[in-house]
Write a protein that binds this ligand. Structure first.
Ligand code: MG
Length: 368
């Protein structure tokens, strides 16, 4: 099996609720997603997707993903997509950094490996743990009362875990956390995710003001050092996300006892191959994970499901069904949320089929 062609599609993903807002006033109404189709000489097509959370979340943006794929694709033509280690070595030798551009190509190769093996990706990644993966629902940043009011609707959809978007003005964030905590039922989980939005004094005020609550604090400040300083002055359970961008940072943070859990995003670390490596190390080190991506549609949701479902349950803090956050389906066969959970497909590969009505004509084809 050899890679014969790589087609790149740009897809707009409008947000079902109209807008998704998080720290420091950032918001997106239509996400810019990139879908790759890798076609092989024996007629298979593998799918991958990358969708940055706008251009100002991680060092990643939609046109950058497509430019990066353009740089990488010529090096992959003629290669065997089932040799994931080689594929990643070739990508890393061809382009330094830019993990998010490599992610959809790696994802599509996993899809092809699964198709060729006749097995779902989750089987190839270690096997299916448990019946289904428990999801969280991100609560877009609004006024405290509005965020608390949204909980009932999400609960009715089956969600039991909620990630509150904070990272705004400290006094208002304290009110947000208290308002949502007050409406939670027993057994529900609350995470306050500042997405790097607080300066150290703000973070200190918030963690002190909510220390009586059962709440996780996620990525309070921009730098790792500042997050570590917050971590050392709060007893609340602590999650690192944006700073954990690879194995080096995971090992450093683990050595510093800098977090209780991490948020593992597929494109942040360069694809499923590297995400699996980090996942396996987290399991070995005893670190639970939120398993997800920066954003995405059906293809990314399928990839998340395979990575999460193949993760032992105690280490699966939660995961995300991004396809339920957007109005457009870029593929069929992706997991659909049921009672706040999703399960990886039993079909070979990722188990998804491109929706060409939505993908439209490719914006680039390699070889040209
Ligand atoms: Mg986060």
């Amino acid at each position: 099996m050899k890679i014969a062609a790589i087609r790149v599609h740009q897809v707009d993903l409008p947000v079902t609720e109209g807008r998704y807002a998080w720290s420091e006033g950032k918001y997106v109404e239509v996400f810019d997603s990139t879908v790759v189709e890798i076609e092989t000489d024996d007629g298979r097509v593998g799918l991958g997707e990358v969708c940055p959370l706008g251009p100002f979340y991680l060092p990643a943006f939609g046109p950058g993903a497509r430019a990066g794929i353009g740089e990488l694709a010529p090096h992959l033509i003629g290669q065997d997509p089932s040799e994931l280690g080689r594929i990643n070595a070739i990508m890393d030798a061809s382009l330094l950094g830019h993990p998010y551009a490599k992610s959809p190509l790696d994802m599509a190769c996993w899809d092809l490996l699964g198709q060729a093996a006749g097995m779902p990706v989750c089987t190839l990644m270690g096997g299916r743990h448990g019946e289904a993966v428990v999801l969280y629902r991100a609560i877009s940043q609004q006024a405290p009362d509005a965020m608390a009011e949204n909980v009932a609707g999400y609960r009715a959809e089956g969600y039991t875990r909620f990630q509150l978007k904070v990272g705004g003005e400290a006094r208002e964030d304290i009110a947000r956390i208290r308002a949502v905590a007050a409406v939670l039922d027993a057994g529900e989980v609350l995470v306050a995710d500042a997405n790097t939005g607080w300066l150290l004094p703000d973070a200190a005020r918030v963690v002190n003001a909510v220390k009586d609550l059962d709440v996780y604090i996620e990525q309070p400040c921009k730098s790792y050092e500042k997050c570590l300083a917050v971590r050392r002055r709060t007893a609340l359970p602590f999650i690192l996300d944006e700073n954990i961008d690879g194995l080096d940072m995971l090992l450093r943070a683990h050595g510093d006892r800098a977090m209780d859990a991490i948020n593992l995003k597929i494109s942040k670390v360069g694809g499923l191959t590297k995400a699996r490596q980090i996942r396996d190390l987290c399991v070995a080190l005893g670190i639970p994970m939120t398993i997800e991506d920066s954003w995405g549609g059906d293809i990314i949701t399928a990839a998340i499901a395979h990575l999460a479902h193949s993760t032992p349950e105690p280490f699966r803090f939660t995961a995300t069904d991004f396809n339920s956050y957007v109005t457009v389906a870029n593929a069929s066969g992706a997991p659909q949320r049921q009672q706040g959970t999703m399960r990886a497909s039993d079909r070979p590969g990722l188990g998804v089929t491109a929706n060409h009505d939505v993908l439209g004509a490719p914006v680039a084809v390699y070889p040209a």
